[in-house]
Structures are given as structure tokens and as C-alpha cells.
Design a protein around this ligand. Sequence first.
Ligand SMILES: C[S@@+](CC[C@H](N)C(=O)[O-])C[C@H]1O[C@@H](n2cnc3c(N)ncnc32)[C@H](O)[C@@H]1O
Length: 790
Amino acid sequence: MASLDANLGDRPPELSPYLPADELQSRMEQMKTWLSRQNELSPRPLPPINRFSLVQAQNRRILDAEVDEHQHKIWRTFVGSPKNYSSTPLDKLSPVLISEMLLHKVHKGKFLLCRVVTPMVKMVGVHTVIEDSSGSVLEISIYNFPSTGLGFSCESANALFPVGTIVAIREPTLKLGNRGGQPLIRVDSISDIIFLDQTDPAYSEDRWSFTLPASLSAQSSITCTVEDFKKTGNLHFLRGEWLPAVFAYSKGLRLDKDAFLLRLNRAEAYLRLSYYSAALSDAQTVLSLEFIDSERRWKALTRAGKALYFQGKYAAAKDMFQQCISCKGDRDAKEWVSRIDEREEERLHGRFDWSKIYKQNYESPHILHIADFHGPIEVKALHYRGGGRGVVATADIKVGQLLVVEKPFASVYPSELPENESLLTYNLHTGTVPDSSHTVLITKVIERIWGNPEDHAAVYNLFAGPKCPLLPTKPPKTSSVSRERATEGATPFPFESAVDIDVMHLESILSYNAFCPQEIPEQEERSKKDLPSAFYLFASLFNHSCDSNAEWTCIGDVMVIRAIRPISKGDEIYIAYVPGSRPFLRRRKTLRKHFPREDCPCNLCTEDRADGTANCQQREELVKKMCQTKSIEESRRLLKQIEETYRSSRVLRPEMFKAKQHLAFLIREEFNQNAFRLSGFTLRSRVREAIKLDIDSLESVGIRIGKNRQPVLTQLSSTVSSETLILYFLSIAAGFFGLEDRVLAGGWVKAAESVLKLGLGGDKALFMFLFGNRVEKMGIGEFVYSVLGY
Ligand SMILES: C[S@@+](CC[C@H](N)C(=O)[O-])C[C@H]1O[C@@H](n2cnc3c(N)ncnc32)[C@H](O)[C@@H]1O
């Protein structure tokens, strides 16, 4: 993320989310060019900077922020603007002073040792004033630092960077800021910041030409003892400020690395942050100590067990909890053991209790207790696909077979975002304005990599846009975790990142691989501010087809992929990035970023292209009209016209599904309102007509209907979700039930149950959970239960 740098004479294009889509896209292209030009400006010396006025300006900002605390703030950001990061270790860099630095320059080969002079103020990132040892000052903006972004308070940033904190900034970038065009250091990558040890000679006051006011330097941690840090850490922990707690414990551990209580507490704080490898490493260090008592040992075992469980290392986690049980006969640990057994059933055999998982989703969209699962599939090199890979079947696959269950690497729901702040992001990679949840997702992914550096390679092995080279099917063994936490002499996490984080590359990766784990309602493409965003490492390897052979759905933020057609061994498996039910021209626009040169090559798009743009456009307009009309007669006319936009040879006709469903709906509405006026014969013939339309509509989306007017489920639909199909089937059943044709009604109920099994893996409990209320409302509850034997 980035805020816009001030221009130097040549003005940047004006952007607004309210511009027509094409105009907005073209201005974003201009903005891209403008930003890269800014990046290429010739370096020049810094103007003189007055310490007093810089500090005063920051103090004013702090006051303004306090006054505006409750006002709604909209922060403007850019995804895809140039951002730098360093990949050179600190000990290979040489120091630079502010007076030696140049504006518009990335100081390659250098690091700046600096001290925080004023409290932080929050903008898109956090902003403060720093000084170097000679007393020269500069403003600094730090983006993407965990626990400082959207929804976090300034106090959190000040707890992490209190006045007096000394940091080294690797290969700093000096730019002009957008607020008044002041020169500032801009840090996009958190891995560029290294926090110096408070025992480092740099912390000695005589190293600095300027003495910080006593009232401020008291906030510096130089005089604190291990006990002070423990207390501060515990206080933060009690307030739920996990990262400030981690920092306080870590400072204590810098003074005494054997202070195992701090380490034990830090392990718990790491768990709350989902930094599992860090939590595990702390818990294991405590377990390696011979002298700890059984209570502490039990705590360390529990924390190690949880870290391993959430990393999906179930056997090792079980071992920890079993040791807990022998330690204390612990009931909690027994529950964890049985949870682990359930996870192993899921992971190894794909046996999931779906209704239990759907119920978890009611409590929170972040499903905690579920294992990842892979069916008979593998990632294969497919050089003709962007990124060079795809997922193929390693055995013949049946309709409904479970292929993938995957927890997200990170996910963000709008309900987690603050009400008084939002982000207006321009994604220069895709020319779109993503919702806040997508932008926050980037920060979450950065944090997750920072806290779990072993995942770095898998994330950076994902497709990153049209210029991305062919990628290997497995992430290469990385040397980037080489600056290991435990390496002798290296600054340990969290004071230094174990991996270098290239934010610009990550932004590209997320532009091409983020999912919205919720169905996007029709017509909602331009106002999707309420939609969640999630990122999956494995699901990102599937290629796209609008007429896919597998369906992805989400339960909360857990991705589930199932086959909706029989798939032969060796065949590629596709999912739909954009639903095939969306009209062709809108689909093509949304898919443009994935197919920038030619269109999507799938069957559905090929058929739509063959119908011609004019027909597709007319079809889209007719369907729009159809959805707005309440007149049955007009609806019949429109249905005919929609049909005429298809070539006669076409089988899959998704818009006919919508149109027929709408007409059936209007007919039902009419007879519901006029039932008392219509003769029994007319009523029955209307009901029959509505049912016929419903049944015919299913054939337009690939559901074959047998001679007995029952569906033949040799495949599910690529353009209608299984959940929607079940509802239509049940509504047809209700129609036949109204006609007192219990045989046909029962047949459709059974078919609905089959779709539930194939498309959602469901059983009786799931049927009751998802559709129990709906069949009651349709007035066929008792009938349905008797047919299904519930
Ligand atoms: C999420 S990635 C899919 C995995 C990717 N193929 C890889 O190797 O990492 C999305 C990108 O894959 C490529 N892609 C997806 N579906 C495709 C298709 N049907 N044909 C060709 N390339 C496709 C496009 O470049 C798209 O932007």
C-alpha cells in the first residue's frame, strides 16, 4: 500500500471511484506512468530541515488526530505503485547520515541508524520524526507494520516505537511526502526495519548529538529491568495488545535470554497473533530447560501443542497433549487429543462432519477446527497456462468427489474493519478499486509471512501477473529463512524479520490470487464494499473455466472444492474465478486481468463469442428488462427474444435459466394472489406451466431431465451453485406436492438430497441445518422428512 507522493510540477491525474469504469481504468494507467516517472527523478540534495518546525508539525498532527478521533477517515492508497525493499543483510551495508542522503533515491548498500524523536501519528501507515547521530532530522512513514494499520490505535504504534527507540533502516528510500511535499523516508517493507538491542552501544546518550527531553526519553526502555518488561508485557497482554506484549517480553529476553517466564508468556502472545513457528520455538526452548516445574512444563507443552495443531502437524501436536495428560491428567488436553483425531480423519480420509463445520461458521467466519485435505489431484507443469502450472486428476474422479478443503493463509471480513476508517484503494495492476477488505488482506499476508517465515517460499511461488515467469510445481527450498531466529549474533525476531518481504511483488500476487469467500450478488460488482477477501496457497493453483468441472464454495473462510463432472485421470481440473452465470461481456471484463491478450478459452466463452457481441449485449439487456418486469405477457415476449440471441446449436444457455425462472416466479405470484378467483382447472394448469418452466430452465444449465421428468444427475451445473439447485429442486417438489402428485414430488425431494450429497457432501444433519426451515416455509416439511426417512 502506498499514499501518493506529491508531484513536482507535473500533476498526477485526478482519480475518483465514481468515474465511469473505462475512464477510471485509463486514468489509472496514466497514474502508473506518473508514479514510475516520479521514481526516476534525478536525485538531488535535501533542502535544509529545521528540527524545531518538523517536531512542531508532527505535534500539530498528533493534536489534530486527537481532535478528529471520532470522525470518519478515508485513506487513499495504491496497490501496484513502485515500492522498494532490501535484500542485503545489515552487516553487508554501510552507515549513511541524513546529510549524505539524496531526495528521490534508494540508498543501495547503505543503512540509516536513527532514533524516534516524536510520538507516532496514524495515517495509512504510521508517521513520525527521526534523527540520526548528528542530530539531523527527517520524517518517516512506515507502512504495513503489524498492529499499526486500519483499526489499530496510535497507542499500539507508540508501544512498538516509543520515543527513543533506535532502529536501523536497510537501504532507505527518500521521497517527497504528499502532505506539504516534505522529504521523508518511506518504508514499505517491514523487513527493512531492524530494532537495535537496548544494550547496544548505540543506546548510549553520548552517541547522539542531541539529548532527548527527559520527559520523552523516560519512555525509552534503556533503564528498564527484566521484571519491568514482564510487567509491561503482561499489561499489554491483558488489554489484548498482543504485539506490544511480544515486544515487551522480547526486550526483557534481550536482557536475560534465560528469563523463561517471559518466553512462556511470549509463546502465548505469539499464539494469539497466529505466529505459530515463533510460539513453537519459544515453547520448545522452555521445554528444553531441565529445572522448570511441572506447572510451567504443562503450559509449555500446551502452547507447543496448539502451535503444532494450527500448523497442521497433528502427530507432533498429539504427542505434546499426551505429555500434558501424563503431566496432570488434564481434561483440556484430552479434548485436544480427540480434536486431533478428528483432524486426522479429515486430513487422511476426507471425512468431515459438515453440519458441525457449518455450525462453527455461525459463530465466526474464521473456522478454527478443520484440517486441510487433498483428493486425488496434483500440481503439474502446464506451460501453456499463465504461471505454467495447473491441477490435474491423478485418478478417475466421480461427480461430487471431494478434491480440496483448505483453510486460508489469511482472510478479512468487513465486520472486522473499523467503522470510522476506510481505505480507498486504486489497484494499478488490475485497474480496479478493490474493497477495503482486499487491501487489509495484503497487510495481513505480510504479517503472516513475518510471523511464519517458513511460509515465505510458498507465497512467493504463486502467479504474479502477465510478466510472471513459469513457476515450479513446488516452492523451491528457500535460503531466505537463512537469517534464522536462532543464529548466533543475528538480531532475533521480532526485532528483525527472518525473511525479506517484497511488498510490491506480494501486491501483484494478491491481485491475481485473492478470492472473495462469499457469493457476489448479481449487479453488485461496483459496490462490493461489504465483501470479504481471502488468500489460499493451494486453491490459487487451479486455472479458470467459466464452464468448470469443479465447484468451489466456502464455509466461512474455508475453501471446499468438489468435482461437478466425472473427470478422467490426467485431465485438468478447473474452477470458475467468475461465475459462468454472469453475462459474457461482464465476465470478459472481470477476467481481462487473467486473459489480457486473448479471451477466456473455455467452452462457454467460445459459444458466447460465436453468438457475436451484438447478440450477447442484447441478451444482457433483455435479461435486465426481464428481471424488472412484473408483466407475464412482457415476460413471455422477452423470453422468446432472449432465446433468439442464442444460436440454435447451443446447449448451455445460462440466461434462459434466469429468464424461465423469472417467468415461473411471475406465474406463481399471479396464482397466489388470485387463487380465490381462478377455477381449479386454471389454477392447476398455471401450476403445471410454472413447474414446466422450472424443469426446462434446468436443462439450460446442464442438468439433464429424464423421460420421467426427473433429473439425471450424471453431472451438476457449472453455472448454478449446488445450494441453489437444491432450492430449485425443492421448489419443484413443492409444485408437484400442490398438484398432489406425490410420486413426482418425492422424486424431486430425493434428487435434492442427491445434490446435497454430491455438491455439499451433506447428510441428514446438514439437510436439516441448511434447508429445514426452508422446506417448512414451503409447506412441505413433513412430506420431505417422510420421503427422506428423517
Ligand atoms: C490463480 S493463477 C492460476 C495458477 C497459475 N496457472 C499458476 O501457474 O500459478 C491465475 C492465472 O493463471 C492463468 N490461467 C488461469 N486459467 C487459465 C486458462 N484457462 N488458460 C490459460 N491460463 C490460465 C492466468 O494467467 C491467470 O491470471
